[in-house]
Design a protein around this ligand. Structure first.
Ligand code: GZL
Length: 328
């Protein structure tokens, strides 16, 4: 019996998993005992991107595909992720998939997973631990994403004598925030005529970004703003809502707003012209994560990182037909 099968049995006996014999054609314990049990610790549901990412994980780690998925939503609290990992260890899952909220604070719990002999796969953001504590990371190159945005912005503002910038950051200490911030800060260093008016934490949510932008506009009596650099789509939604309430025009001839993710909603706001540039960051990480598990099952050696591709979108190239057919 796979270790995971013992987990399944334990879960059923503990009443944690409803054993529904009728839910499959030939329900046989042996078949279920062959399932690969995967414990997924997810950040939360803070953004459209995160919701799409979770759906991708649930879709790929299905019983039909040979998996038993234990999915834990941490409500954006690292302590809940650590509790979830410890639960997975106690249950003796076959694999732990960690989507870490921030980079720091994982060494002790990943040491526990290593001591339990459970492989850990890091997905999306990175963890700052000795590399032997996880098999690989599957996710984006966030610095490269930011550099794509910065290059477009330097062309957009070439020749403009003064550029006033507001920076809405993602969750402090998350790899997406670290990489996207580093790219903007490098651009600020290269362009002496760019002035950073404010750097505020939008925590990747629409509500927090709206709140911090309203507070800024109140406090600074709606100053001239040329560029708002938002570290995800949802921050752009909140920021633009606040700017428009204070009489700003966002888009051509007004405030240039750039953001990251390229969810359908983000692309729609860009097609309408309110967002000037969206940098794609693929949330559909389930299939790549499953490929990694299959490689581990086959005893294959892994690379330490598998990056997803990304591209930029501007209003001119977007249509409703194109957006509607997008997978997220
Ligand atoms: C990026 C991911 C970020 C998204 C946000 O890979 O970590 O977290 O950009 C999400 O939308 O909240």
């Amino acid at each position: 019996m796979r270790r995971g099968g013992a987990v399944l049995l334990a879960l059923v006996l503990a009443g944690l998993v409803l054993w529904v014999p009728g839910c499959r054609q030939q329900e046989t314990p042996a078949e279920d005992e062959d399932l690969i049990v995967v414990g997924v610790s997810q950040v939360g549901a803070e953004s459209d991107w995160r919701v799409a990412c979770s759906e991708s994980m649930k879709e790929v780690f299905s019983q039909e595909n040979g998996y038993r998925l234990l999915f834990e939503d941490a409500q954006q609290k690292q302590e809940n992720q650590i509790l979830a990992i410890r639960k997975f260890i106690q249950l003796g899952v076959d694999y732990i998939v960690l989507l870490p909220i921030v980079e720091e604070g994982w060494e002790s719990v990943l040491l526990e997973a290593e001591e339990a002999g459970i492989p850990v796969i890091v997905v999306d953001r990175a963890v700052d631990v000795p590399s032997e504590l996880y098999e690989t990371r599957v996710g984006s190159d966030f610095l490269a994403e930011g550099e794509m945005a910065a290059a477009w912005l330097e062309e957009r503002f070439a020749g403009q004598s003064q550029v006033s910038v507001i920076h809405i950051q993602g969750t402090p200490g998350s790899t997406a925030q670290v990489g996207r911030t580093a790219a903007l800060e490098a651009a600020l260093g290269r362009n002496w005529n760019w002035t950073l008016l404010a750097q505020m934490d939008g925590d990747f949510t629409q509500a927090k970004s709206y709140e911090v932008m309203v507070n800024f506009l109140e406090e600074h009596h709606s100053p001239p703003i040329d560029l708002v650099y938002c570290e995800n789509d949802n921050e752009a939604f909140g920021t633009i809502q606040a700017l428009e309430e204070y009489g700003y025009v966002c888009g051509a001839g007004g405030v240039t707003v750039v953001c990251f993710d390229a969810t359908r909603n983000g692309l729609r706001w860009c097609m309408e012209g309110r967002i000037s540039l969206v940098v794609e960051c693929d949330p559909l990480l389930g299939p790549l994560t499953e490929q990694v598990i299959q490689k581990l099952e086959a005893g294959e050696t892994l690379k330490k990182e598998y990056n997803t591709a990304q591209r930029c979108f501007t209003p001119q190239e977007l249509t409703e037909e194109f957006i509607a057919q997008r997978a997220y």
